[in-house]
Design a protein around this ligand. Structure first.
Ligand SMILES: *Cc1c(COP(=O)(O)O)cnc(C)c1O
Length: 459
């Protein structure tokens, strides 16, 4: 399997190069040359099923048995034997629980595997990389946990000082492995992201320090998320709609790929909080960026969803130059229009957008608690509310609706307490998280200072 860039200018490369490159040199995102067809049999073991679903994407670059073992290792860190259990909560209403990994958010499903893959590929190539990234929340902890035991990876993660939750910060700062570094930047998340971009755009620095990325535009993260859409429909034994709490559009794009491969999926409810650029797009065929508003579901407080580029590329019949032109104009004007015929072909009947504000989020959390005694996190609540708005309107009421439960309630205890009066219990392996010693560095919002720090972290 070869990979091409959504902007049409970068050379084709194979799976292992895509893993290490993250972003293509032409600024585009890598996608496989074609979507493979699902032709393997269901398997009750999640890791085995994952290996067979992902095999066509890996191609012959990693031995089939080795890849199977990497999947087994990655998913052995999950606390639930099914890894991603499907839980019925009402008539035709299900939660797909994706938070049983080490850092309690669905990002573990991809980043546990990404860590194992980096370790394997870099050992084979006798190479070492420096991963740099910025986090506004869940990615930081999941990336730390994913690569803390990698022998050939150093990781520097920038986060905005005093702007991530205590749990999220501690999931980075309490990991003492010498190859991972949490850096508090005196600035906002956007400042952190700009610093990372500037380091990547400095070709000399980038090459000298072997920079690499694990943010959500990395193809391997999307690929690992395709799996649970397929295992969920196989467990259900009939076709379903998925409601997906959405930020960067990575998770819902993975679902769309599962559908392309032949999974029995009717369609997707793209669930947004007050930052509803995608909902407005699905209503108006126009993508128009606004200011970011902070909400109770911070991992979805995003205006420009980077993975949407992969869908745009499909909507342009895989014309990379047209996609690049469209995105350049979007950056300049904050505005992107899609023709009616294109919308009909790619969006109608597949995606609907629904939004849920903080008040509705709390009401949904309270309702689930009263109905079933179950605590859900605010991101999951946005998805559930959106799915409920859509059921019986966009889809028949008797169609199963599966909401992706993207975080454990203990990750967002303040919102859970506000909605239900209950304090969610931290899983045992993190019970002493709030009293563990912390290790972190503070730096000014200054490129030179950050570059000097990164260079000094190389082992
Ligand atoms: C990252 C995240 C999301 C958003 O997922 P995308 O792939 O960016 O759309 C939703 N919920 C939680 C808890 C997250 O951490």
């Amino acid at each position: 399997m070869q990979y091409i860039s959504t902007r049409g200018q970068a050379a084709k490369i194979g799976f292992c190069d895509v893993l290490l490159a993250g972003l293509a040199r032409d600024g585009g995102l890598y996608v496989p040359e074609n979507w493979p067809t699902l032709d393997t049999a269901p398997n009750a073991n999640y890791a085995n099923r994952a290996a067979s679903i992902m095999a066509p994407f890996v191609g012959d670059e990693i031995d089939r048995n080795v890849f199977g073992q990497l999947c087994a290792d990655a998913y052995s860190t999950f606390r639930h034997p099914e890894v991603a259990p499907l839980v019925e909560i009402g008539p035709n209403e299900y939660l797909l629980e994706l938070f049983h990994g080490p850092t309690l958010a669905f990002k573990d499903v991809a980043l546990q595997l990404v860590g194992k893959l980096f370790d394997h590929v870099l050992t084979q190539r006798n190479q070492r990389v420096m991963i740099v990234g910025a986090t506004s929340g869940d990615t930081g902890g999941a990336a730390f946990d994913g690569v803390a035991s990698c022998r050939n990876v150093d990781l520097v993660m920038l986060y905005p000082n005093n702007r991530v939750s205590d749990v999220q910060r501690r999931q980075m700062t309490t990991i003492m492995s010498p190859n991972v570094h949490a850096v508090a930047i005196d600035g906002t998340f956007d400042d952190c992201q700009d610093l990372v971009k500037a380091m990547f755009n400095d070709q000399k620095f980038r090459d000298a320090n072997q920079l690499s990325a694990v943010n959500s535009i990395n193809w391997v993260r999307v690929m690992a998320q395709v799996v649970y859409y397929i295992t969920a429909t196989e467990k259900l034994g009939r076709s379903a709609v998925f409601s997906v709490p959405t930020g960067n559009f990575g998770n819902v794009l993975a679902g769309w790929i599962a559908k392309q491969m032949g999974a029995s999926i009717e369609g997707f409810v793209v669930a947004s909080n007050t930052n509803d650029i995608l909902t407005r797009f699905f209503e108006s065929k126009k993508l128009i960026a606004n200011e970011v508003v902070p909400t109770l579901s911070p991992s979805m407080d995003i205006q420009v969803s980077s993975n949407f580029e992969r869908l745009l590329f499909e909507m342009n019949n895989r014309d990379g130059l047209a996609t690049a032109k469209q995105l350049t104009s979007f950056r300049a004007t904050g505005n992107l229009d899609v023709a009616q015929s294109v919308y009909q072909q790619w969006i109608s009947g597949v995606f609907v957008g629904r939004r849920c504000n903080d008040e509705q989020t709390l009401a949904t959390m309270q309702d689930v608690y009263q109905q079933s005694g179950m605590l859900i996190d605010p991101h999951t609540a946005v998805g559930l509310s959106a799915g409920r708005q859509s059921a019986g309107v966009d889809y028949p009421k008797n169609m199963p609706m599966i909401t992706l439960a993207t975080a454990h309630p203990a990750k967002f205890p303040d919102a859970v307490r506000r909605a239900t009066g209950q304090t969610p219990q931290m899983p045992e392996h993190l019970a002493d998280l709030m009293t563990r010693p912390e290790r972190s560095v503070s730096l000014a919002n200054d490129l030179q200072a950050v570059q000097a720090f990164v260079a000094g972290c190389r082992n």
